[in-house]
Write a protein that binds this ligand. Structure first.
Ligand SMILES: [Zn+2]
Ligand SMILES: [Zn+2]
Length: 223
């Protein structure tokens, strides 16, 4: 359908879309600090609002206010990512966590006093009820999990390649904003029932980026 055959409303909307697209590519910065409205560079810090679990974009000055603060509404998301090369989880242990797909992330919520399990879906992040005993068994076997910073760091699990017999399962300590980035790219690139080729390319790119910036941590399992 070309522009002339569209009903007037769609034409107007099309024009508006065109306008916002040109504007946003010309005027920088694209994003604003959600606390003080200062313009943000592309590589800016994030905060988590603990009650809503929302990720907020912040400027350096605002992010610094919440650096390592214990009792506050927001926490700053750290940058470090660790690739846990000898994380131990059997297929049976994974199944006992009851996650319906081969990808998930887990974080300790200080407000709720428990570990929360989330997995990406075409509709966004979905929470899965986590059987405590199954989680504790995995946590007991992997010392790395005791270092997870509450609310802002996750255990990010990627068993997609492993499930298809292609690659080994991957385990990371990841900043929680990275996990939501993964959720966002799955939501925006998912097509049809199986997701389509684009989404799998994006997922592959996400994990190779994460791997390349993560510190490799080994020699810890069962310690
Ligand atoms: Zn700010
Ligand atoms: Zn941001």
């Amino acid at each position: 359908m070309n522009e002339e055959t569209l009903p007037p409303f769609e034409q107007a909307f099309g024009a508006l879309r065109q306008f916002t697209r040109t504007r946003s590519s010309e005027s920088r910065p694209l994003e604003q600090c959600e606390l003080c409205s200062a313009g943000l560079a592309q590589d800016h810090p994030h905060l988590v609002e603990l009650i809503s679990r929302q990720i907020l974009c912040a400027c350096d000055a605002c992010a610094m206010l919440f650096d390592g603060m214990e009792k506050s509404k927001y926490k700053r998301v750290p940058r470090r990512a660790q690739y846990l090369t000898d994380f131990e989880m059997t297929d049976g242990q994974w199944e006992s966590l009851l996650i319906p797909i081969n990808m998930a992330f887990f974080f300790r919520s200080s407000i709720e006093g428990r570990v929360v399990a989330l997995y990406p879906s075409p509709a966004g992040a979905v929470e899965s009820l986590l059987p405590l005993e199954a989680w504790n068994e995995i946590a007991d076997g992997n010392r790395a999990l005791s270092r997870l910073l509450p609310d802002v760091e996750t255990l990010l699990v990627n068993r997609v390649g492993h499930a298809h017999g292609l690659t080994r399962a991957e385990y990371y300590i990841a900043p929680i904003d990275e996990c939501y980035k993964l959720v966002g790219l799955i939501r925006t690139n998912w097509r049809g029932l199986s997701g389509g080729a684009d989404v799998w390319t994006e997922i592959g790119r996400f994990f190779s980026d994460l791997r390349s910036k993560a510190d490799v941590v080994s020699g810890e399992a069962n310690a």
